[in-house]
Design a protein around this ligand. Structure first.
Ligand SMILES: Nc1nc2c(ncn2[C@@H]2O[C@H](COP(=O)(O)OP(=O)(O)O)[C@@H](O)[C@H]2O)c(=O)[nH]1
Ligand SMILES: [Mg+2]
Length: 636
């Protein structure tokens, strides 16, 4: 059996020249600085990478630049860090970028790490102790409060073994990322490789990717084919989460690809420009007003965001709020994604937060339920979230919408929907493909259907019911056909409505006639009954009634529907009994005179003129009582 080796990303952070790159090299034997300019200038400008197999795990090192000018590069690398390697030089202690990098890692939700007190060879024991105390003080109350503090020297090698052990311990405790989720890879580099074509790299944050896969490029939208995948510098069948990953892509120029884009499972997600978030302002930042513009960093992407606080006008330093962010560029984010905000000018890190709704709408005053909805999203209970999403989707909530807004797998959606069914909070108006509606909206549609049918029957007492089509149209476009169908089905099953073919009526309702209508109806029927086969014209009968023409016509319709009367031609209507009698006469004729009858004999037997005889015989042919044979009829 194949058991995946655990892959963990270790990211450096710390002030420039504190020995980050040197330390990564000392630990891995690989120098992470790769650009010629970096080598020449001796500083890290962009991200560097190195790998180490240790303790049965695959450790990927992301080495970030410490210089303040390159914080945005640092941010691109900080995404996907499982374990932080915070570097503090023993000869300099905590410096501005130590603080900023640490703030960033905290805001990005990094959960564990190790602190290296580097260049220990340059200081005496007392100074080292002092720096240790300063570091402890600095980290108090943070996620690194209980992290190991390891003095090391890349020069002498002192402490390196202990640091490696502390890092592997932390890596072992890091929660494994889930390969069963949808694939997502924020791109941090794109280049062309001779003989291969376009290659992008990034830290695989979710799902897996392998040769032959189709992936979607965000925000551009192209579907691309994966030619091959490397991880840790080696070709692999599939790269799994927590791995530095290089993806060779077919069908695109490397110049069309750049840092900030992302690869993801095709057809699942939507790029966005509006997101709802939980936002946190650093205590060191200035208070923030509604409408403030900030630099926004998420994944490896960077854009400008305009802030709108839900339910408050401004945010004090150290404060936190729900906010709607309008982004200058479209990008791909999902709930739970962390982001960093940097002040517009001068550019310093002022806060960050977590994405709650990646497909938020523009904030509008009458959307009073938004804060409660965001609170629900923040609590992360899938059942509650699904119910709340359905409640806010007045038209209905589709599976695609759920995936795009949550990133949930089908299994997760199924489980949450299952737990909700039966509570009445959500109704599955369609199960394949899934469409959910809140119980409240569904009830409202049911109520409106009953109301429309009732109203229709009241306005049209002489009609047997409302057609499905008219009923559907009366509800307007804001009711999905699926909802209408499900509601109608349920009302019929509960015997609240009678649905017969195209007609819908209140269960058990009968046409209620006014006394004069009842009388008129009787009059019509008896006019035809007494006429036997020599029927009067319809016009003539209706004209004699005590009700006006429109109602008279409806009464006639009722008699036809009840089959008391039968329309033989557009002009000729007969009473059911007269026709029954005629059929009896024919069968009696067949017994005594044989099965053939001519038109004159038929006229003689029935005593009617040709005017009635021919249409009646044609009717009998249609009814398969007789069959025409030349000038005669065969009685069947
Ligand atoms: N004496 C001493 N110098 C070191 C040590 N580690 C790094 N340095 C030096 O400090 C300088 C900056 O190191 P570098 O790794 O580029 O720092 P970074 O900017 O944090 O990546 C370089 O000149 C290194 O040779 C150490 O443990 N002892
Ligand atoms: Mg460096």
């Amino acid at each position: 059996m194949f058991t995946a080796t655990k892959s963990v990303i270790i990211g450096t952070a710390g002030h420039i020249d504190h020995g980050k790159s040197t330390l990564v090299e000392a630990l891995t034997g690989m120098h992470p600085d790769r650009l010629a300019e970096e080598k020449r200038r001796g500083i890290t400008i962009d991200l560097g990478f190195a790998f180490l197999e240790e303790g049965g795990m695959r450790l990927g090192f992301v080495d970030v630049p410490g210089h303040e000018r390159f914080v945005s590069n640092m941010l691109a690398g900080a995404t996907g860090i499982d374990v932080l390697l915070l570097v503090i030089a023993a000869d300099e202690s905590i410096k501005p970028q130590t603080r900023e990098h640490f703030d960033i890692c905290r805001l990005l939700g990094v959960k564990r790490g190790v602190v290296a007190l580097t260049k220990s060879d340059l200081v005496d024991g007392d100074t080292l102790e002092l720096v240790r105390l300063e570091a402890e003080e600095f980290l108090r109350g943070s996620f690194l409060e209980h992290a190991p503090l390891v003095p090391v020297s890349a020069k002498s090698g002192a402490g390196l073994g202990e640091l490696k052990k502390a890092l592997t311990d932390a890596a072992r405790n890091a929660s494994a990322r889930d390969a069963a989720r949808y694939f997502r890879l924020p791109i941090d580099r794109a280049f062309a490789m001779k003989g291969f074509g376009s290659v992008v790299t990034g830290t695989l944050i979710s799902g897996s990717v392998g040769a032959g896969d189709e992936v979607e490029l965000f925000p551009r939208g192209e579907r691309l084919r994966v030619r091959g995948v490397q991880s840790g510098g080696k070709a692999v069948e599939r790269a799994t989460p927590g791995q530095r990953t290089a993806v060779n892509l077919a069908g695109i120029e490397h110049t069309a690809l750049k840092r900030g884009m992302a690869l993801a499972a095709p057809g699942k997600f939507r790029k966005t420009r509006r997101i709802d978030v939980r936002l946190e302002l650093l205590a060191s930042a200035r208070k923030m007003k509604q409408g403030t513009r900030v630099h926004f960093h998420a994944g490896t992407a960077e854009t400008i965001a305009e802030l709108f606080f839900h339910g408050q006008k401004e945010l004090p330093p150290g404060g936190s709020a729900f906010a709607n962010l309008k982004l200058q560029d479209e990008l791909l984010v999902l709930p739970g994604d962390r982001f960093i905000m940097r002040q517009f000018s001068p550019v310093i890190t002022i806060g960050g937060g977590v994405v709650l709704d990646p497909l938020a709408r523009r904030p509008i005053l009458r959307d009073t339920g938004r804060v409660a909805f965001l609170e629900t999203l923040e609590r992360q209970n899938p059942v509650e979230i699904l119910a709340a999403m359905a409640e806010r989707a007045l038209l209905g909530l589709t599976r695609e919408e759920i995936v795009a807004r949550t990133g949930w797998t089908d299994q997760e959606i199924h489980e949450a929907a299952q737990k909700l069914s039966g509570t009445g909070r959500v109704k599955a108006i369609l199960s394949e493909p899934l469409v959910l509606l809140s119980g409240k909206s569904f009830e409202e549609v049911r109520r409106r259907i009953l109301e429309k049918v009732e109203l229709f029957q009241k306005d049209n007492p002489l009609l047997p019911g409302m057609t499905r089509e008219d009923l559907r149209a009366s509800l307007g476009k804001r009711v999905l056909t699926e909802t209408f169908r499900a509601a109608l089905e349920e009302l019929a099953a509960q015997k609240k409505l009678d649905v017969q073919g195209e007609l819908v009526k209140k269960a058990g309702s009968e046409i209620a006639l006014q006394p004069e209508e009842a009388k008129a109806k009787e009059q019509i029927e008896s006019a035809f009954a007494s006429a036997s086969l020599a029927v009067p014209s319809v016009k003539e009968v209706l004209a004699k009634l005590p009700v006006e023409a429109k109602r008279a016509e409806k009464l006639l319709q009722i008699l036809l529907r009840e089959k008391s009367l039968v329309r033989v031609t557009p002009e000729l209507i007969f009473h059911r009994q007269a026709l029954a009698h005629l059929k009896e006469q024919l069968s009696a004729f067949k017994k005594t005179q044989g099965d053939r009858i001519s038109v004159p004999i038929f006229k003689e037997m029935t005593g009617i003129t040709r005017k009635y005889a021919i249409p009646l015989l044609e009717y009998l042919d249609r009814e398969r009582v007789t069959r025409r044979a030349g000038d005669e009829r065969v009685i069947l």
